[in-house]
Design a protein around this ligand. Structure first.
Ligand SMILES: Nc1ncnc2c1ncn2[C@@H]1O[C@H](COP(=O)(O)OP(=O)(O)OP(=O)(O)O)[C@@H](O)[C@H]1O
Ligand SMILES: [Mg+2]
Length: 296
């Protein structure tokens, strides 16, 4: 295992924040294991002794990225936090209380475009507010505001079939934000987008947590190292399955300067550090491919 995290990308926002230990924890996974039963008998151990603590930092958004190779249990961790499945060992605590099922305090954005095809953009974004009984005029006001924030102004009356993949993901994000969840779970939400769209969507998420007024806690899953470095305030690196936490690394702030740094290769040392954490030392001949996407 590499000895220490190279130290030049400490985020000023992190340096200024109160130490995590003095703050209440919004979310804790304590010694969490998950074994899925297999149809042929036996189990598949997806996660082993996962320990993750996320502090509730008042008045500030944050973005914790879960980074690991395909099949290491990233989606399983999100499903546990969402309350869609239960751990086999250990506990998942939200504000110190065990998660017993889904709740409006946690919103989820999936990889596939999860907007309702029979509803217009405005009605899609207002959906959760309608369910919560928010008066229609207030719901429309909130939905229009969010549609503008995610860059879809003018598309309010369009239906999803008339939207690009990136636009549909903007609808999904606006719909999730509408009910003001404290935690937003994103499972490789931009995996299906072309590079330009993907970058624009990363910028949107960065704005929402880093200089937005909404201050949500994002838990964002990816196997793309550069996406993790750009978006995260800290990166939780997971081992190949069964997933275990290998390290939590601080990341630079999601600014244009960081974007330039990634393009110019200034974060190669951090990228290599992450690759060695997961796969062990890389010799020259078998060096990790330049694509920087963790394989299965
Ligand atoms: N319902 C299930 N039944 C049995 N095994 C499952 C089930 N869901 C997931 N698994 C297994 O658990 C492990 C972790 O799966 P998970 O989907 O959490 O991984 P992941 O890190 O999200 O992968 P990817 O990056 O490919 O989405 C895998 O080995 C997978 O085959
Ligand atoms: Mg997954």
């Amino acid at each position: 295992m590499p000895s220490a995290q190279p130290g030049f990308w400490l985020s000023p926002a992190d340096a200024a924040a109160a130490p995590a230990s003095s703050l209440p924890q919004i979310l804790e996974l304590k010694h969490v294991g998950k074994a899925y039963p297999l149809p042929e008998g036996g189990v598949r151990q997806a996660l082993e002794d996962i320990n993750i603590s996320i502090a509730d930092v008042p008045g500030r958004g944050q973005c914790k990225v879960l980074l690991g190779p395909s099949g290491c249990g990233k989606s399983t961790i999100l499903r546990l936090i969402a309350g869609l499945i239960k751990p086999s060992e250990g506990e998942v605590l939200l504000d110190g209380k065990p998660v017993s099922g889904p709740g409006s305090d946690r919103g989820m954005v999936f990889q596939s475009y999860s907007s309702f095809p029979w509803l217009s953009v405005l009605d899609n974004v207002r959906y959760g507010l309608d369910l919560a009984g928010t008066p229609r005029s207030e719901g429309n006001r909130i939905a229009r505001e969010l549609i503008e924030i995610v860059g879809l102004k003018g598309a309010e009356d369009l239906y999803p079939k008339a939207l690009s993949g990136g636009m549909r993901q903007r609808v999904a994000i606006a719909r999730t934000l509408a009910v003001k969840p404290r935690i937003i779970l994103m499972d490789e939400p931009f995996g299906a987008l072309d590079p330009m769209n993907r970058q624009a969507m990363q910028d949107l998420v960065a704005r929402l947590w880093f200089d937005g007024e909404l201050n949500p806690t994002f838990i964002f899953v990816t196997h793309d190292i550069e996406e993790a470095i750009f978006l995260a305030d800290s990166i939780i690196v997971l081992s190949a399955g069964p997933g275990r936490v290998l390290a939590e690394l601080e990341a630079p702030p999601p600014t244009p300067e960081t974007r330039r740094g990634i393009t110019e290769g200034r974060f190669n040392e951090l990228e290599n550090y992450i690759i060695e954490l997961i796969y062990g030392p890389q010799d020259g001949r078998h060096a990790f491919p330049a694509g920087k996407v963790l394989g299965g």
